[in-house]
Design a protein around this ligand. Structure first.
Ligand code: T1G
Length: 692
């Protein structure tokens, strides 16, 4: 089946691209498009050329699956330049999204018409790249340097009406794109080709570039491609079109070869792989979920309920404590109002959503719900009591989910007569903001319940990752290793602010000590108190326990490992904590020493990798990419490093294995015995990504 077809509509030649699912610019598409353009340009009966796409969208960009492989001609810039060089007008008819190279193809055309529902964008920055097919030189000439820079640095798509306003497109089709494009061609034929490369770029104050650099510095934290996008646009204002193109090409190839882009491209695909569950047929349909009941009106319950309400579900929140219920309802209404204040929803939409919201104190009020999400206190006894009660009243086929963050989902399911309907839906706080949803599969969980949960995640605009049942599942189980090393290094002599700064500079969104104070040291403390399987090691989380026992929970009590001034969330080192740590170290006979930044990073990050390898060996995660997705979307792991497992692959498993062996010698086998998988990959030169 040809991916590029030709049709004649009178004097107009239609070039139709048909490369599902998103008409990506594979080598075959580039070749077919170039050949079709050359033929049409040489066809005397053809007065104008229209480029359209079949399927759900215009070209969504270069084919990312080809990246990292030897480049294959024709190169995209060549195709774009040949389109622009056509003697007769070439028009792009856009539906869906014209993104990246797709929009660059459209910019090579002389005119652009788009459906009102369409959007255009240059999202390359999200992949650690920059528009590499002349977008950095054409767009500034079309819409101005500043508007072009904003579009490329945000990477966000621009809706057709706004694109029309800026001049990025020339016409919006109201009803039928093809027929209105054919009509539009008549004007284009009269006007003849209009080449962006010949346009003068509007004058701009040269200082805007440094202002932009300062503006993005905090957000992009040393990422390569944003800085180079600015440089490319700067070039466009100062040099000829061809010199600008040469600079763009050089910087594009530099970004393409970077580990940052490798990590970001891995993240892109890994976040799409998670929805594919081996052993569950693609055509398995889920159960219909329209009404959701949330049990527990605390912070998590209210956040989950709001999340479901905003996504269009009918929602009932239930709590047997009247005061708690009122607090939860107030929180949900405040979040709804916040959505209006932030312009995310209109007042009418908020009113409509509140019509779908109710609250209850008795299970009898929720018997008809399609899905129940339990979000009560993290106590196994309490959860079993709730599930036992739900089992008695809920309609047959209702999905019974627990928001537990660590507890055994099979044990919870065993308190019902319907374990096939039970699943874990582990939301991350704040539930309405964090994109990650760990979907915990019980031994008996039915396939259609898993499919329903993945569909729920998508509807909530979250990334649902199916994980197995063990303490802490994937994310929190690995967090123990990461936190353990942080705690150990505190005892060994490193100040909390030093560990936090080193890991922040390495790319983590926040250091582990600041995270502990944010989440609340009491939360982890209570979970550890409930556990009977913790390492027999008096040093294990000793500082976190000591602080919790002193009532120093973190931000919520004004002090934890850090101090917090009234109304401030800024962590301030506390000399009292330094004294406490030194005293505990002496009591435990730990010799204090300086620890290098490199060791701080290796102990925390390789601690993650070792636990991740064990998780893969046990089949708790389907793929190493799933673990990466969890840590990038739930724990602030830097996306440009692609997640802990991809990071290990990128620096070399053998190097990681040898370092882990060294740590075993220095710190003991209790934590640093290398998993068999790590050893075998090191021996075979393999990667976690190859592990199935
Ligand atoms: N290349 C290859 N495959 C792609 C792809 C792409 N550009 N975009 C999507 N897919 C696959 C995706 O992996 C999934 O596959 C399926 O399509 C549906 O995707 C030179 C260098 C277009 C908004 O960054 O943002 O051009 O899992 O689940 O939610 O300057 O896909 O079904 O097997 O995301 O409806 C720039 C990336 C590339 C756009 C659709 N373009 N794609 O979202 O579906 S770099 C992008 C998206 C570039 C030039 C530079 C989204 C979408 P599978 P999906 P969706």
């Amino acid at each position: 089946m040809s991916v590029v077809g030709i049709e004649r509509h009178g004097a107009v030649t239609l070039i139709i691209i048909d490369n599902p699912p998103v008409n990506a610019l594979s080598q075959a598409v580039r070749e077919g498009l170039l050949s079709a353009i050359v033929d049409a340009d040489g066809d005397d009966e053809c007065q104008a050329i229209l480029i359209v796409c079949s399927g759900r969208t215009f070209i969504a960009g270069a084919d990312i699956t080809e990246f990292g492989k030897p480049p294959a001609e024709p190169y995209l810039p060549v195709v774009v330049a040949r389109i622009e060089a056509c003697k007769k007008p070439v028009v792009a008819a856009i539906h869906g999204t014209a993104l990246g190279g797709g929009f660059e193809i459209a910019l090579g055309c002389h005119y652009r018409i788009a459906l009102g529902s369409a959007a255009v964008g240059l999202p390359e920055v999200h992949l650690g790249l920059l528009p590499g097919a002349s977008g950095t030189q054409r767009l500034p000439r079309l819409i101005g340097a500043e508007a072009a820079m904003d579009m490329m640095l945000s990477g966000n798509p621009v809706k057709a009406d706004k694109a029309l306003e800026s001049g990025a497109i020339d016409r919006v089709a109201e009803v039928d794109l093809l027929s209105e494009a054919i009509d539009f061609m008549k004007e284009c034929i009269e006007q003849g080709p209009r080449r962006i490369r010949d346009m003068e770029i509007a004058a701009v104050d040269a200082r805007v570039f440094d202002v932009e650099r300062k503006k993005i510095a905090a957000k992009t934290r040393g990422l390569m491609s944003p800085e180079r996008i600015i440089r490319c646009v700067e070039l466009a204002t100062k040099t000829s079109f061809d010199d600008g193109l040469a600079g763009e090409r050089e910087m594009f190839l530099e970004c393409m070869a970077s580990s940052q882009s490798d990590g970001l491209r891995h993240a892109f695909f890994a976040e799409r792989q998670v929805a594919k569950i081996p052993g569950i047929a693609k055509e398995t349909s889920g159960r219909e979920v329209k009404t959701v009941a949330v049990i527990g009106a605390g912070t998590m319950g209210a956040g989950i309920a709001y999340n479901c309400l905003a996504a269009g579900f009918n929602v009932t929140i239930l709590d047997n404590n009247q005061e708690g219920l009122e607090r939860g309802v107030k929180t949900i209404k405040r979040l709804c109002a916040g959505g209006v204040e932030r312009g995310k929803i209109s007042d009418a939409e908020m009113q409509e959503s509140l019509k779908r919201f109710s609250h209850a104190e008795s299970y009898a009020d929720i018997v008809g719900a399609d899905l129940v999400i339990e979000a009560v206190f993290e106590s196994m006894a309490f959860k079993k009591e709730v599930f036992g009660a739900l089992d008695k009243v809920m309609k047959a086929g209702a999905i019974l989910a627990s928001n537990t963050s660590t507890l055994n989902i099979d044990e919870i399911a065993a308190s019902t007569a319907r374990p096939q309907d039970v699943i874990g839906l582990h939301f991350f706080s704040p539930a309405h903001i964090m994109r990650l949803l760990e979907i915990v599969r019980g031994a008996d969980t039915a396939d259609d319940v898993i499919v329903s949960s993945l569909a729920l995640a998508k509807k909530l605009n979250k990334i649902g990752v199916v994980v197995g049942n063990c303490f802490g599942f994937v994310g929190n189980r690995m967090l123990y290793s990461y936190g353990r090393e942080n705690q150990m290094m505190l005892l060994e002599g490193v100040a909390p602010e030093t560990i936090d700064q080193v890991l922040f500079d390495w790319g983590m969104a926040m250091g582990p000590n600041a995270v502990g104070d944010l989440a609340g040291l009491d939360v982890g403390y209570k979970v550890r108190q409930e556990r009977s399987d913790l390492p027999d090691d008096p040093r294990f989380y000793r500082i976190a326990d000591a602080l919790a026992e002193l009532g120093r929970y973190g931000q919520k009590t004004g002090k934890g490992i850090y101090l917090y001034e009234e109304g401030s969330r800024k962590p301030v080192p506390d000399p009292e904590v330094a004294v406490l740590i030194a005293k505990e170290a002496r009591r435990l006979g730990i010799e204090r020493r300086n620890i290098s930044d490199e060791e701080i990073v290796q102990r925390c990050i390789y601690g993650l990798v070792v636990e991740g390898a064990r998780i893969l060996e046990e089949g708790i995660a389907e793929r190493s990419g799933d673990i990466d997705v969890i840590w990038m979307n739930g724990y602030g792991f830097p996306r440009h490093r692609g997640g802990p497992m991809h990071y290990a692959d990128s620096i070399g498993i053998k190097h990681v294995y040898e370092t882990v062996c060294e740590f075993r010698e220095r710190f003991g086998a209790m934590y640093w015995e290398p998993p068999e998988l790590l050893k075998s990959l090191a021996d075979s030169g393999g990667k976690f990504a190859d592990f199935e």
